[in-house]
Design a binder for this molecule. Structure first.
Ligand code: GLC
Length: 529
């Protein structure tokens, strides 16, 4: 699992064409769709909006027949309030399912204040009062997503059986949604105050609260060891990737004391809005990741997902810069994750918050200050990065062959130029750049498994980074020019062979006049052997 993973709304054909090995699909289980599938009402059925179980089985077969893998998105932390378990649990204090969720009396006077000070991630109290039983239930994310109570062994057993249900069908692994919030402090101690407004990798805090007692508890680290044991019962090997937040050292604990926990967690350093196009900062981030996750640990490199703004828009949709960053992502150690549309340069699309499909957008539409969007981990409405995949220049951009079918979100205006059809025809397109990089990575074990080492570029280090991947006697060298000026560099290898350049027509390697020197064009990324 060291090739590449792609997240696609409309998977198989696209991923085969781009060359990704694994597809992760966001949740398609029965759901009232208040959070687009992240509010599940039945974990073992497919929502008719997406298809049927027969179609799912067919999809899985087709994926496997192409030597690819399928990863499901499992929301272990919470259900929808529409889930029969919650309805039953909420019906009375004596319900047999009462202990499946976290119900508590409120604080005095009269229990009309939430049981403690915990904030939900998008802000506001993490507790909701239920009139009919006079108690509060806990939710970490949005009020219609009550947290399951994993201190109740029945819950764990049921959810582990759910994993087995899908593993028996042959799925290759799971992406585990907000897994760091599985357990909460059993005494529900108040979280301490923090000066932090937005989340960072320095501490697990946001919105002026340190999430000390509601995230990353020791019980959660133990829980992942049991998850891994369950996965180990299956052949061929299955895999787990966790969506967890905290410092990189917190995240490391999810890999288990002997690398016997999750196979990997998402490392979101590169999605951070503060990450600039500066070699020094990029070098710092990679060095830190390499230091905390040395082999045999598997780091991940993620530029975007369905919760974040599209990375190319941070760089004014500059395709040269995107090509350079793609070269970086696909030549690092670990697993690169590509969010659908990144490979053609799909950009953020503007949405009116009030009309937002995303419940987070509607929540924030009440805030007077748009500045908040610049500060928070999530964009104000996640609709911006969720528009339909741009296949072609048609009015529905190729969403469906049935003209009656309408896409669920508006289509980006730029779909006439930025689409798969156009880019496939152009050898110098971003899509072809991604394809060539993925092909190179798939064919080259050194890029998949080789060790990683930076070169010291001395006077060029503010403009450029260079590193090698090493496996046995084999070496691959990568140079990335982050400046808008061409650079003349000395090659670390006497007679390098050019494997790839972000400039599709580059043929020549070394400079003919100055021995062992070569030119790196503005924003050019190059791979040598
Ligand atoms: C995760 C998902 C996000 C979802 C939330 C609640 O962060 O990526 O889309 O809204 O969890 O399940």
């Amino acid at each position: 699992m060291s090739k590449s993973v792609s997240s696609y709304a409309s998977p198989s054909i696209a991923c085969v064409a781009v060359g990704a090995e694994t597809i992760w699909i966001s949740p398609f289980f029965t759901s009232p769709q208040q959070d687009h599938g992240y509010d599940v009402a039945n974990f073992r059925e497919i929502d008719p909006v997406y298809g049927t179980m027969d179609k799912f089985d067919k999809l899985l077969n087709e994926i496997h027949s192409r030597d690819m893998k399928l990863v499901l998105d499992l929301v272990l932390n919470h259900t929808s309030i529409e889930h029969p378990w919650f309805k039953e649990s909420a019906s009375s204090r004596d319900s047999p399912k009462r202990g499946w969720y976290i119900w508590r009396d409120g604080r005095r006077p009269e229990g009309k204040r939430p049981p403690n000070n915990w904030n939900a991630i998008p802000g506001g109290s993490a507790w909701r009062y239920y009139e009919n039983t006079g108690q509060w239930y806990y939710f970490h994310f949005l009020p219609f997503q009550p947290d399951l109570n994993y201190r109740n062994p029945e819950v764990k057993e049921e959810m582990f059986d759910t994993l087995r249900f899908w593993l028996d069908k042959g799925v290759d692994g799971f992406r585990l949604d907000i897994l760091h919030t599985i357990f909460e402090d059993k005494d529900l101690k108040n979280n301490p105050f923090s000066w932090t407004l937005t989340e960072s990798d320095k501490k697990s805090a946001s919105l002026f609260q340190h999430h000390k007692y509601d995230t990353n508890l020791p019980e959660t680290y133990d829980f992942v060891l049991d998850l891994r044991k369950l996965m180990n019962e299956y052949e061929p090997e299955r895999f787990l990737v966790g969506e967890v937040f905290g410092t990189l050292n917190d995240l490391k604990k999810y890999y288990g004391p002997e690398n016997n926990g999750l196979h990997m967690t998402f490392l979101f350093e590169f999605t951070s809005k503060v990450l600039s196009f500066k070699p020094k900062k990029i070098l710092e981030v990679i060095s830190k990741i390499e230091q905390i996750f040395p082999p045999p640990y598997t780091p991940t490199y993620v530029y975007g997902n369905h919760d974040r703004d599209r990375y190319i828009s941070r760089f004014k949709n500059n395709v040269q810069k995107a090509k350079l960053l793609a070269t970086l992502q696909l030549t690092l150690r670990g697993v690169p994750y590509i969010y659908y549309g990144e490979e053609i340069g799909m950009s953020n699309v503007k949405f009116n918050l009030k009309a937002s499909e995303d419940p987070i957008g509607r929540k924030f539409s009440k805030f007077p200050f748009p500045l908040i969007s610049k500060l928070l981990r999530f964009s104000l409405t996640r609709d911006r990065c969720r528009t339909p995949m741009q296949w072609n220049a048609d009015s529905d951009t190729g969403f469906s062959s049935n003209p009656e079918v309408k896409p669920w979100l508006k289509i980006a205006d730029n779909h006439k130029e930025i689409n798969v059809d156009n880019e496939e025809k152009n050898p110098d397109s971003l899509l072809n750049c991604y394809k060539n990089l993925i092909k190179l990575r798939n064919e080259n074990i050194c890029l998949q498994e080789g060790l990683f080492e930076f070169f010291n570029l001395e006077k060029f280090k503010k403009k450029c980074i260079a590193y090698k991947r090493i496996r046995n006697m084999h070496e691959i060298i990568v140079y990335l020019n982050f400046s808008e000026k061409g650079l003349l560099l000395k090659s670390f290898k006497p007679d390098p062979k050019l494997l790839f350049s972000t400039k599709a027509n580059r043929k020549k390697v070394l400079n003919e006049k100055i021995k062992n020197y070569f030119k790196l064009n503005p924003f050019e990324g190059i791979i040598f052997q």
